[in-house]
Design a binder for this molecule. Sequence first.
Ligand SMILES: Nc1ncnc2c1ncn2[C@@H]1O[C@H](COP(=O)(O)OP(=O)(O)OP(=O)(O)O)[C@@H](O)[C@H]1O
Length: 268
Amino acid sequence: MLKMPNLEVHQPDAVKHDTKVSAQDVNVYYGEKHALQNVSVNIPDRSVMAFIGPSGCGKSTFLRCINRMNDTIPIAKVTGKIIIDNQDIYDPSLDVVQLRARVGMVFQKPNPFPKSIYENVAYGPRIHGLSHSKADLDEIVGASLEKAGLWKEVKDRLNDPGTGLSGGQQQRLCIARAIAVNPEVILMDEPCSALDPIATAKIEELIDELRQNYCIIIVTHSMQQAARVSQRTAFFHLGTLVEEGDTTDIFTNPKDQRTQDYITGRFG
Ligand SMILES: Nc1ncnc2c1ncn2[C@@H]1O[C@H](COP(=O)(O)OP(=O)(O)OP(=O)(O)O)[C@@H](O)[C@H]1O
């Protein structure tokens, strides 16, 4: 009899939201390497989906497909379809810069620009023409910092460098920067892996608040984190999506032996 880990699953509501992102038969090749094989999944709006699985199984590769970040890797080739709302994001006529505003990304290591706190957040809205005056921009910067749970801590030092903040504050600044351009989807690639437990808890609380308004997809190595923050979980193994479903089901009643082995710590 396998012992399931004692994971506290956070499932505050059972509301099912419409699909925001639909991946259909997605494959990714890095040169000869077939890194992601026939991945199909529907990701609901206004909820958090966690991607879990052992190192090298393709979680980040798949995440990067959703805002076409793999386009920046010359040897990467993506086939299949990814539809956001009704739009195929691999349609050659699509403006990738606009797409990356709609689908924001937060990385493993906080990466603020070497500019002031204010400028880190103002940069995106300015280049995307979202503000028409300084007052507009101030409003967007303030609201974004507020939504990212950082306003109170930085309101009196907006001109200080973003890089002078603590790691957790820098990560919230990066989340504010993503929010500032009105994204619909936020991709998070192990956003807490460089943070201490207190900063991690703050980011997790923030993710829980943000899911009211955004479709959030998070890659995490921590099953505890997936259980705490997500409503849906997808388990990847060796470049395939083995199974996905409600987080509670994946952690308490997985259908596939490989999922069961992973969540019970047999590999990974
Ligand atoms: N830029 C790249 N060039 C060549 N191969 C790559 C590249 N990025 C990833 N890969 C390969 O693709 C496979 C999937 O990698 P990926 O980073 O997506 O996995 P992952 O599940 O996110 O791993 P981890 O949890 O360690 O971050 C791995 O075999 C990896 O070596």
